[in-house]
Ligand binder design. Structure first.
Ligand code: TXA
Ligand code: MG
Length: 323
C-alpha cells in the first residue's frame, strides 16, 4: 500500500457510539479491528468480496487464505453452513467461545468466495467477547476476521498491538482491553461424518473429545489445505530456542512455572504458578515484549503438552520455524 493511500485510523474505547460507527463502517465495506476473547480480529463484511479484499491489502497477506466468518449466534451461523450432529453438539457446548467449525457451505451461501478462498466449506465462529457480540449485532452481516496483525507478525491481544501493526491502513480500532484467552480459536472440521482438528487453540483437544465421545481423527495435512498452518506464521524477529534446560549468555527468557526465576537476564514468566490458561493469555504479549528487548535469541522453558499446552506449543513451534 503506498503512502498516498494512507488513511486515518482512530482507536476508540468500546462504547455505544463506537459500536454504532463500527457497524456503519462494516456495512460501507470498511475495516474495523475489534477484540475477541482469543485475539483481536480485523473485520470486514464477509458477504462482500470487495470488503474482504481490503483485509489482504491491510495485512499484506501474500496469498488468499480462507477466513473465519464470525456470527452473532448459532442460528445465524446455520444460515451459511450445514451442521451435522457433531457440529451441532460442539456449537451447543462451546459457542459463544473460542471454537471455529469448518462445515460444508450451504448452496447460495452468502459468505463470499473470497472469504472462503473458493472452497466448498465455510469456517464459522461465534465469539464470546461482549464487544465482539455487540459489534456483530450492529453489523447485521457475518464478519470475516483474521487476526489483526500484519502478515507474519505475532497475533495482537491488545488494541495497542493492532495500532502498532495497522495504523494508517484501517478505519477503526475498538479498544476492549486485553484478550483473555490469548491464543486463537481451536478449528475443527465436521465434514462427511468426520471430526478433524485443523488447529489447536483456546479449547483443548480433550474437551472436544469429551463432547463427541471419541478421539479426534488425525489431520493428514493434505486432505484439507489450511494455509494458516504454514510452518512460519507467528514470527518474532528473534530466533527461538524451545524446551531449553539451560540458558545461554545474552538470551532473553520466556519462562514457565518459575523454572529460570534465579537467572539474571531479561525474562517474562508465562505463568509463575504453572497455569496453562494464564500462560496462553500472556503468550503473544510476552513474545512481543521479549522481541522489543532486541535480544537475538529467546530461550523458552518447557511447556507441558496437555490441555492448552498443545496450542501454546503449536504457536511456539511456528514462531521458531525457519523463515
Ligand atoms: O481466534 C481466532 O480464530 C481469530 C479471531 C479473530 O477470531 N481468527 C483467526 O483467523 O485466527 P486466521 O485467519 O488467522 O485463521 C483462520 C484459519 C486459517 O488457518 C484458515 O486456513 C482456516 O482458518 N480456515 C478458514 N476457512 C477454512 C476452511 N473452509 N477449511 C479449512 N480451513 C479453513
Ligand atoms: Mg493469524
Amino acid at each position: 500500500m503506498s503512502t498516498e493511500q494512507k488513511i486515518e485510523t482512530r482507536c476508540v474505547p468500546a462504547d455505544a457510539a463506537a459500536l454504532a460507527e463500527a457497524g456503519r463502517i462494516l456495512r460501507d465495506h470498511g475495516l474495523v479491528a475489534f477484540p475477541t476473547e482469543t485475539v483481536y480480529g480485523l473485520g470486514a463484511d464477509a458477504t462482500s468480496g470487495e470488503a474482504v479484499a481490503k483485509i489482504y491489502a491491510a495485512k499484506e497477506r501474500p496469498e488468499f487464505n480462507p477466513l473465519i466468518a464470525h456470527c452473532s449466534d448459532q442460528e445465524h451461523a446455520e444460515l451459511y453452513g450445514l451442521f451435522d450432529d457433531n457440529a451441532r453438539r460442539l456449537a451447543k457446548t462451546f459457542w459463544p467461545g473460542p471454537l471455529t467449525l469448518v462445515v460444508p457451505a450451504r448452496e447460495n451461501c452468502a459468505v463470499s468466495d473470497l472469504t472462503r478462498a473458493g472452497l466448498s466449506s465455510v469456517a464459522l465462529r461465534v465469539p464470546a467477547h461482549p464487544v465482539a457480540q455487540a459489534l456483530l449485532r450492529e453489523a447485521g452481516v457475518p464478519v470475516a476476521a483474521p487476526s489483526a496483525n500484519r502478515s507474519g507478525r505475532v497475533s495482537p491481544t491488545h488494541a495497542g498491538h493492532v495500532m502498532g501493526d495497522l495504523d494508517g491502513r484501517i478505519d477503526l480500532v475498538i479498544d476492549g482491553g486485553a484478550s483473555d484467552v490469548g491464543v486463537e480459536s481451536t478449528i475443527v472440521s465436521c465434514i462427511d461424518g468426520k471430526v478433524v482438528m485443523l488447529r489447536p487453540g483456546g479449547i483443548a483437544r480433550e474437551e472436544i473429545e469429551r463432547v463427541i465421545g471419541r478421539k479426534l481423527e488425525a489431520h493428514d495435512g493434505a486432505a484439507i489445505h489450511a494455509p494458516g498452518m504454514l510452518a512460519s506464521h507467528y514470527a518474532p524477529n528473534a530466533k527461538m530456542r524451545l524446551d531449553v534446560q539451560t540458558i545461554e549468555k545474552d538470551e532473553a527468557i520466556l519462562d514457565f512455572g518459575g523454572r529460570f526465576a534465579d537467572v539474571q537476564q531479561a525474562s517474562f514468566d508465562l505463568s509463575p504458578s504453572g497455569d496453562l490458561k494464564e500462560a496462553a493469555a500472556n503468550l503473544f504479549a510476552f513474545l512481543r515484549a521479549l522481541d522489543a528487548t532486541g535480544a537475538d535469541v529467546i530461550a523458552v522453558a518447557p511447556i507441558p503438552h496437555e490441555g492448552l499446552g498443545e496450542a501454546i506449543r503449536d504457536r511456539l513451534a511456528r514462531a521458531a520455524a525457519p523463515r
